[in-house]
Design a protein around this ligand. Structure first.
Ligand code: 5GP
Ligand code: ZN
Length: 124
């Protein structure tokens, strides 16, 4: 399996850095974000190292599909029963900080703030 020895999420996938795991199978790991922005904030990662969504192709379709397919179940199990956001930050413009593809699953009892503030909606 593709791994990057310096990648923090590869280290978490290998168990070298501890995480609060909520799901694991042969190809996927899901764990609580260390710095949650909402009551439910999970990260879903492929165990194999892939830096960004720019680096994925058809060979990653199955694992990415499985990650999306279990996101709702994990969100619900962790208490986000009335909706959540699944976000994949990508690259500099997407403000991706950890260069190992991950899906943020963010939710909680209260509605989240607007994700994108449109020009003109706040007086500008
Ligand atoms: P990004 O900005 O790359 O989309 O998000 C990276 C996320 O990883 C951030 O929300 C950050 O809090 C989380 N994170 C960074 N290092 C660790 C870690 O060591 N453990 C866990 N559980 N989350 C981490
Ligand atoms: Zn990695």
């Amino acid at each position: 399996m593709q791994q990057d020895p310096n990648c923090i999420f590869c280290k978490i996938a290998r168990g070298e850095i501890p995480s609060r795991k909520v799901y694991e199978d042969d190809a996927i790991l899901a764990f609580h974000d260390i710095s949650p922005v909402a009551p439910v904030h999970l990260l879903l990662i492929p165990k194999a190292h892939v830096p960004t969504l720019y680096d994925t192709d058809d060979s990653h379709a199955a694992v990415l599909g499985r990650m999306m397919a279990i996101a709702g179940r994990l969100a619900k199990e962790q208490g986000a029963t009335d909706g959540f956001r699944a976000i994949v930050n990508t690259g500099r413009v997407g403000r991706q900080e950890v260069m190992h593809v991950h899906i943020h699953v963010i939710g909680g009892p209260d509605p989240l703030g607007p994700m994108i503030v449109r020009k003109g909606s706040q007086g500008d």
